[in-house]
Design a protein around this ligand. Structure first.
Ligand code: ASP
Ligand code: MG
Length: 471
């Protein structure tokens, strides 16, 4: 059996954390046989190595020549401390120290070059920001060797072939699969533990790319698919996917099982559990994805897998997105006129603003949609320009935005097949004086989204959540 496990920055954030992570790896190996490990750059809140690397690059770009040398010292301290705590002087301590030193030197010279050239390309950003993972894997693999296990640190630049869309590169699955199998299967066969960098890949020319911030989860899923793994585990610091944000709802509970579709609704609506792209390789490979808590490793966490019928009838989670605005395009002259919606969304797309939710009632007297509050003024201005003629003729009477609202999304496959669920939700909101501004239910019916005033969002989430725990 093959298990792919990903550990985030906190799980490798110090010598002590790496020690616990190594324990979890070795335990999993006892039960699963083959284990491939993906890790992030070191990162204990509030200091995350990836952030430091990026800060170095950006500050160098502004001509600041003091910050990146200071950050280099900090990076050195963080990594040296872990190495000192894990590797013995008789063992590989000196070798790994020297390897880390090489990356830090490289960081310094790249930042220096950015400053001299006054140019910071997405390509340079990826090379610089990807070094955190390249350092952390070397330390953890050396520690596993120190414990007496075969282990190898591997840069995913060797494994994950991507396009050249730096900062947000897309993997090419077929070639990645070939590389992964050729490189990792012999290691697993030889009982070695591959420790692989999350976050990065490389173009066909071998230039480092990154998969987007938080992309190590995605790396794990890509490698899981390429290895035909039996499960992919994402280790984090909560007991899986929670029924609501525990900071908003103290009674939030861990959800035992979720379907891929349910979780995609959640990821979309901002429950920052796993990187949004993580799901796809698992869906394609039919691989269950488990979210587990490093601080509570015996808790089963949440398993996300293919839709299963017995999950119906259950509301599972409620999430909220704050800081959004509702844009309204209103007018009697819009009735029956084709193309208004296309032109509206065309204008929004040209502004490069993504739309979070859309509703239009059949009376066709208004189109409303939700965008991030920060984009609202630009969207209104863009639409006024696009519809100047219609506004002049009063076919469209008004284009305006309603600010300080929130989207509350309730997720559960049962919404599709169970009578009365929507009714219960709206009763709960009504009884608690939450005014519903708009509603959207996608045709997949795995979720209902309700637009409420920003002031109502806490109450809305709390009372909908009561329906979830009272099931
Ligand atoms: N280290 C990268 C980041 O901070 C990737 C990750 O942690 O998932 O974005
Ligand atoms: Mg993460």
């Amino acid at each position: 059996m093959t298990l792919v496990m990903k550990f985030g920055g906190t799980s490798v954030g110090s010598a002590a954390a790496m020690r616990e992570t190594a324990d979890l790896i070795l335990q999993a190996r006892d039960t699963w046989g083959d284990v491939a490990v993906i890790i992030s750059a070191m990162g204990s809140k509030p200091v995350k190595v990836t952030d430091l690397l990026l800060e170095g690059a950006h500050s160098a770009f502004t001509g600041d020549r003091d910050t990146f040398p200071r950050l280099a010292r900090l990076l050195r301290d963080i990594h040296y401390e872990a190495i000192d705590g894990l590797l013995s002087p008789e063992g590989e301590r000196q070798i790994i120290l020297a390897e880390i030193e090489r990356f830090i030197d490289r960081f310094v010279s790249l930042c220096g070059a950015v400053g001299v050239l006054g140019e910071l390309t997405p390509r340079a950003l990826d090379t610089i920001s990807g070094m955190g993972e390249q350092m952390s894997v070397r330390i953890l693999a050396a520690y596993l060797r120190e414990l007496g296990y075969e282990s190898e640190a591997i840069d995913a630049t060797e494994l994950i072939l991507t396009d050249a869309n730096f900062q947000n590169a897309a993997p090419q699955i077929a070639s990645t699969r070939k590389r992964v199998q050729a490189r990792l299967l012999p290691l697993l066969e030889a009982d070695a533990i591959p420790v692989i960098t999350g976050f990065i890949g490389a173009t066909a020319d071998g230039v480092t790319t990154t998969l987007g911030r938080g992309g190590s989860d995605f790396s794990a899923a890509i490698l899981g698919q390429a290895l035909d793994a039996d499960e992919v585990w994402i280790w984090t610091d909560v007991d899986g996917v929670m029924s609501a944000d525990p900071r908003l709802v103290p009674g939030a509970i861990s959800i035992p099982t979720l379907s891929f579709r349910e979780v995609s609704e959640l990821a979309y609506y901002g429950a920052k559990v796993i990187h949004a792209k993580t799901m796809r390789p698992c869906v394609e490979g039919g691989i269950p994805l488990r979210i587990k808590n490093t601080f509570n490793p015996t808790h089963p966490g949440t398993v996300i897998e293919e839709d299963s019928p017995q999950q119906n009838g259950t509301l599972k989670a409620v999430t909220a997105i704050n800081g959004v605005s509702m844009i309204n395009v209103e007018g009697k002259g819009m009735i029956g006129v084709p193309g208004i919606a296309a032109r509206t969304f065309g204008a929004v797309a040209r502004l490069d603003v993504s739309v979070l939710l859309i509703t239009q009632a059949s009376s066709e007297q208004s189109i409303c949609f939700i965008v991030p509050e920060s984009a609202a003024a630009a969207v209104v201005a863009g639409l006024e320009a696009a519809f100047a003629e219609e506004l002049g003729r009063h076919d469209i009477e008004r284009i305006w935005s309603r600010d300080k609202i929130a989207i509350v999304t309730i997720v559960g496959s049962g919404i599709q097949t169970t009578y009365g669920i929507a009714g219960r939700i709206f009763s709960a909101l009504g009884e608690n004086q939450v005014n519903v501004i708009a509603i959207a239910q996608g045709s997949t019916e795995f979720g209902i989204s309700i637009v409420v005033a920003g002031d109502d969002v806490g109450r809305a989430v709390e009372h909908v959540h009561n329906l979830i725990v009272a099931r």
